[in-house]
Design a protein around this ligand. Structure first.
Ligand code: AMP
Ligand code: GLY
Length: 417
């Protein structure tokens, strides 16, 4: 099977790594990719948002499967273009990807499907905004309706800050605050059958102890020893399957990866958000534990034959990933700094620890930083404590001037908290 992956983050590196280990994959391509992905896949330049260009590349490569990683091409309809050309594509249509692209649409689908989520108002005027803020009280949760690359959500106790963000959004969702730990649960679906993966938790804040600004994610781990063993079944039944059924009922079936961001509140599980693609950095730890070859599962979702897929097989190992970010991330990051120590990790820590690249590119013989999140250092172990130790040992070998990482990824969970 010839596979083309679209995207250039650590998520795509994790996908490409797993695909490269799948004996069914005879050729692996990625566009645009990064310096790490280049070691397992052939890279191509393409405008990932241009459906015709991606389709043209897939045709030229005779790809049997296209996997679209990030949300922006999905929302732009790239999966539709690929499918219209008769090429199997893992990733939802433009219409179904609105589940991530519009918070208001997601709320409407959840209401139709009876899926538990925060109560909310969609507001467009100053009066509506003030009424909604008043109705819920502090802490305020204010979400830009559209895609905002992780910057659209403000959670604050300060009503002036909440009001200012809401007014700057145009169309805005204001909702009730959900307390309790967050869980990310992914499912592969063909629009009808839903196959949940293993839950993971990510760390959204930049600094230890969940301080500092929100980021795209600074690390993740799986499994969640503190979670109820029935969680996955419960979420499948109350969230994932009803959502997929509702989208099919509306004539816009969702196939690809459905990502449920959940809060485990004192009153039960609530959906914080849906995404229409694999999450980053959770994918790095979820795929580290998947034993079933990946390509067949993704192809079954693309082809509508997931019901025939044997149950996924999982390793009992734990996995931890630690993101190494550039100086000044999540503000405008400094780029162009050399990344050193990658060979030492490969020599001394493999196969239990390995480096997945996010914002990197090759400059001659050197790998240099090219984005905010630069590396996602991933490790497995018999438990979270061992996986953490291995991940941080590998992080310690890496030299990137001005870089930052959290030191407390999976720390509480490893201690049984
Ligand atoms: P999102 O962009 O929807 O993932 O939101 C970013 C982060 O804001 C989430 O990971 C949560 O930590 C937080 N958040 C979003 N909605 C709520 C809510 N209703 N209550 C509490 N925190 C929330
Ligand atoms: N881990 C958060 C996201 O992928 O949106």
């Amino acid at each position: 099977m010839k596979v083309l992956v679209i995207g250039s983050g650590a998520r795509e590196h994790a996908l490409c790594r797993s695909l490269s280990l799948d004996p069914a994959v005879t050729a692996l391509h990625c566009a645009p990719g990064n310096a790490g992905i280049a070691e397992v896949a052939e890279l191509h330049q393409v405008d990932a948002l241009d459906g015709a260009a991606v389709t043209g590349l897939a045709r030229a490569l005779a790809a049997d499967l296209v996997v679209v990683g990030p949300e922006a091409p999905l929302v732009a309809g790239v999966a539709d273009a690929v499918r219209e050309a008769g090429i199997p594509c893992f990733g939802p249509s433009r219409e179904a990807a609105r589940l991530e692209g519009s918070k208001a649409f997601a709320k409407d689908v959840m209401a139709g499907a009876g899926v538990p989520t925060a109560r909310s108002y969609v507001c467009t005027t100053d009066e509506e905004i003030d009424e909604a803020l008043d109705a819920f009280g502090a802490p305020y949760v204010v979400k830009d309706d559209g895609l905002a690359a992780g910057k659209g959500v403000v959670v604050t106790g300060d009503v002036e800050e909440a009001r200012a963000h809401a007014r700057a959004c145009g169309r805005v969702v204001i909702e009730e605050f959900l307390d309790g730990p967050e869980v990310s649960l992914f499912a592969v679906t063909d629009g009808e059958t839903v196959v949940p993966l293993r839950p993971a938790q990510d760390f959204k804040r930049a600094l230890d102890g969940d301080e500092g600004p929100n980021t795209g994610g600074m690390g993740a781990y799986s499994p969640l020893p503190w979670a109820d063993p029935k969680l996955v079944d419960e979420v499948l039944e109350t969230v994932l399957q009803p959502t997929v059924d509702e989208l099919r009922r509306r004539g816009t079936p969702f196939s690809g990866l459905l990502y449920a961001g959940l809060a485990i509140t004192s009153r039960g599980v609530r959906v914080i958000e849906f995404n229409a693609r694999f999450g980053d950095p959770e994918t790095q730890v979820v795929l580290a534990r998947l034993k079933t070859p990946l390509a067949g599962a993704l192809l079954a979702a693309a082809n509508g034959t997931l019901a025939d897929l044997p149950p996924l097989r999982w390793s009992d190992d734990a996995a931890v990933t630690v993101v190494v970010a550039s100086h000044n991330y999540p503000g405008t990051p400094r780029t162009g700094d050399p990344v050193e120590g990658l060979d030492e990790v490969a020599d001394r820590d493999a196969p239990h620890a390995y480096v997945l690249h996010a914002g990197t590119r090759r400059e001659g013989d050197a790998v240099v930083s090219a984005g905010g999140r630069v590396l996602s250092v991933t490790a497995t172990g018999s438990d979270l404590a061992e996986a953490r130790e291995r991940a941080y040992a590998a992080v310690a070998r890496i030299r990137l001037d001005g870089s930052q990482h959290r030191t407390d990824i999976a720390e509480k969970a490893a201690r049984g908290l």
